[in-house]
Design a protein around this ligand. Structure first.
Ligand SMILES: Cc1ncc(COP(=O)(O)O)c(C=O)c1O
Length: 335
């Protein structure tokens, strides 16, 4: 497919090729580039029964001179390796996985959209051992894939302020698995998110188990105001976003007071009376929140629009990704 024209919904179109590697007899075999096609998988495959799966999501950007650059590839590969370790899946080799990402981009270079689009990269690791009695046994065999999809806006409507339900009843994960990028966490968030959409017409749910602000179904959560940023400190309960980390670096460099600590719903509602709130992630980038719905009451965030601090931090990050600002932190890998 070509880089321009119509803009399909996020993630619905794949490029023509994928990279594939398999793990067997205690080692990874060589990777291959193949046309995207259905996988051959035993119906007894470990992943289908015991959810031995993890994935990653990151982007490659086409710069004005036509060159293609992956944003923070090593951090995403390291997070994938950590997810694999926690799920007792064979750990992908970092160099091999980077090579697989490069080979897909190289083969499908024409499909990398121009800004503001990007090529979304999706490594996926699944346990393939055929054994339906392996609930307490790790998968001895695994398949690693790299898929790619040309993407534009994640939230239909682009910079429209989001409406978010503050949920202090449900959790999206267990205390130890929140940090793992595994399908089960998304499955757990789905029911509460759909229910919240139907009942409160919200875009997303902000999970706040026990009243502590955590994250949404697919993004981290930041509170912002001029010169200040507050977000939850890293622990095992939520995904350690690479976008979150990048924004914290940019905010610190801009002289912001950056606080990473546990905070509760009461403090958040107090903050947003005059401050800003935003979701951060590879897909969301930095998406401003306009309204928080909590226990049936609506709380307007600042003026109800995407705030100026959110806009300027987002613009700073996007400029680095798209190559219109210098890459001072060495975040881009040219492919
Ligand atoms: C649950 C969850 N939290 C946070 C994030 C943000 O992570 P990152 O910034 O690395 O994309 C994601 C993925 O985008 C996610 O799925």
């Amino acid at each position: 497919m070509t880089a321009s024209v119509n803009k399909p919904a996020f993630g619905t179109v794949l490029v023509s090729h994928m990279a594939v590697a398999t793990y067997r007899d205690g080692r990874w075999g060589g990777s291959e580039l193949k046309p995207v096609a259905p996988l051959e998988l035993s119906p007894a495959a470990h992943v289908l029964h015991y959810a031995s799966t993890c994935f990653e999501g990151f982007k490659a950007f086409r710069h004005a001179d036509g060159s293609v650059h992956v944003f923070r590839m090593q951090q995403h590969i390291e997070r994938m390796r950590q997810s694999a370790r926690q799920l007792v899946l064979p750990e992908p080799d970092a160099a091999q996985l980077a090579g697989m990402v490069r080979s897909v981009i190289d083969r499908c270079r024409d499909a990398v959209p121009e800004a503001p689009g990007a090529l979304y990269l999706r490594p996926l690791l699944i346990g393939t051992s055929a054994n339906i009695g392996a609930a307490a046994t790790p998968s001895a065999e695994a398949t690693l894939l790299v898929l790619a999809s040309p993407v534009w806006d994640y939230f239909a409507g682009g910079m429209k302020p989001l409406r978010i339900l503050v949920d202090d009843q449900n959790t999206r994960s267990t205390a130890q698995m929140g940090v793992v990028k595994t399908g089960g966490n998304y499955a757990a968030a789905l029911g509460p998110t759909l229910a919240a959409r139907a009942k409160f017409q919200v875009d997303q749910v902000l999970f706040c188990p026990g009243g502590e602000v955590q994250e949404t179904g697919a993004a981290n959560f930041l509170l912002l105001r001029e010169g200040a940023l507050l977000t939850r400190s890293l622990d095992g309960t939520f995904l350690h976003g690479v976008t979150r980390d990048s924004l914290l670096v940019l905010a610190r460099a801009a002289g912001f007071t950056v606080s990473e600590r546990v905070f509760d719903v009461t403090e958040m509602l107090d903050w947003v009376r005059s401050g800003e709130a935003a979701l951060s992630g590879t897909a969301a980038v930095l998406a401003g929140v306009g309204t928080l719905v909590y226990r049936g009451a609506e709380h307007r965030v600042g003026g109800g629009d995407v705030g100026p601090v959110t806009r300027s931090l987002r613009a700073e990050l996007v400029a680095i990704q798209q190559g219109t600002s210098p890459d001072r932190h060495g975040w881009l890998t040219r492919v």
